[in-house]
Design a binder for this molecule. Sequence first.
Ligand SMILES: Nc1ncnc2c1ncn2[C@@H]1O[C@H](COP(=O)(O)OP(=O)(O)OP(=O)(O)O)[C@@H](O)[C@H]1O
Ligand SMILES: [Mg+2]
Length: 470
Amino acid sequence: MKEANLNQIILQNILQYTDIGIHVIDKARKTIIYNEAMGTLEGLAMHQVVGKDLLDTFPSLNENTSTLIRVLSIKKPILDKVQIYINFKGQKITSLNSTIPLIWKDQIVGALEIAKDITYLNRLSNKLMDLQQELKNNNYNVSKGEIKHYTFNDIIGISKNIKEAIKVAMRAKDSPSSVLIYGETGTGKELFAQSIHYEGIRRKGPFIAQNCAAIPETLLEGILFGTEKGGFTGAVQREGIFEQANGGTLLLDEINSMSYGLQAKLLRVLQEGYVRRIGGVQDIPIDVRIIATTNEEPLESIKNGNLRKDLYYRLNVVYIRIPPLRERKEDIPILSNYFIEKYNPLLGKNILGIEEEVLDCFYKYSWGGNVRELENTIESAMNYAINNRTYLTKEDFISFEHIIKDSNILKSNVVEIDKPLSDYLDEIEKQIIETSLKIHNYNITQTAKKLGMRRQTLQYKMKKYILGAK
Ligand SMILES: Nc1ncnc2c1ncn2[C@@H]1O[C@H](COP(=O)(O)OP(=O)(O)OP(=O)(O)O)[C@@H](O)[C@H]1O
Ligand SMILES: [Mg+2]
């Protein structure tokens, strides 16, 4: 088969089976590619679009409102634009679109639009905001015990490192200054943020947490600052969480995932002390304390272009670094016992502790998922433990052989050499990749970057070692 034919078949299959809408026009604005997913989004059949002039197919568009036509003239991509429209079938659709100029030998030859249906995401974010509003209106009282919130008493640890972090947090609890918390996944960032709020002078005010990752910029902007009728969502008038958190604390989780543009808008709000809803004209004064968290070292984030320097200076008034568990192994026994006590009544067990041998492995293990991983490990072992068991033994940790095994591999002076070196190296490689994947929430690009390998190589190794998000 000729290569050109093969490429043709591959392209056809990609276009047919992807759930991303694809629309390509040539420079005369005639549609040359329009796939089924795009048809589903826009409520049109392929034959109604292919071969036709774009403005004939979409008479409501013009040269200014059609992104495809605009890209033909500006010759630059328009990326990640949220579009909300009623399609030809009358359905309200929210899509995330990128439009890219097609350039061949310095000449524009056409434009490509790719669109992802994020209607469900928009619906979810609206629902979330409604729920938050409802919580607030009903004067939902957290102190009545309807919801568990954390205080400093819940932060367990005796190591110098963790005590130092707690000291800084306690000193900052009554101040209005912003706080930046850095810690790997599972180190207790949320625990610290809640403790600062619920033990500080704002404890009677609301505490609202918002994750900044995984939500497209325009939706997040609406969630943060609110929307007015006729704003980009075409949606109802709604307060943003800045307004909802007024008088209290707003936790912005994973600030390093927020887009650069939105970081600039956030900075403006923090500096000026008021917000303006999207599509609104009124400046609404706000009094909100910000706690931001990041799982990447802040200076590294700035270097990688994930965090604006000016926003960093604004947030970093109080800086708390929560050390990873491997840097405070002396906390492992006390944390383990704390979790045993926590799960005893929930699981109907009466366990008193962990056998020395297991603790020994715990000390040697690297705990990529930090305290959360330790908690899950203990909870799981307690489920396996037979009923009259008083101390957790190695057998109870059956789904965690890797902890037992990894801790052995790393004790190279004690290992009896009973297999080829390559097998040991494979095991170590597997452990490092697995840990790094956990730290980066199974994000392939970030993990590959950190490990200095290509994405394809990482994917190959994940297959080889059967690693993937659990
Ligand atoms: N020092 C600690 N003492 C007791 N429990 C802890 C401690 N640190 C963390 N935990 C527990 O570990 C789990 C993870 O904590 P938390 O959600 O605060 O981590 P995080 O840093 O926000 O993680 P992520 O980056 O994944 O959001 C929670 O169940 C929390 O209660
Ligand atoms: Mg968290």
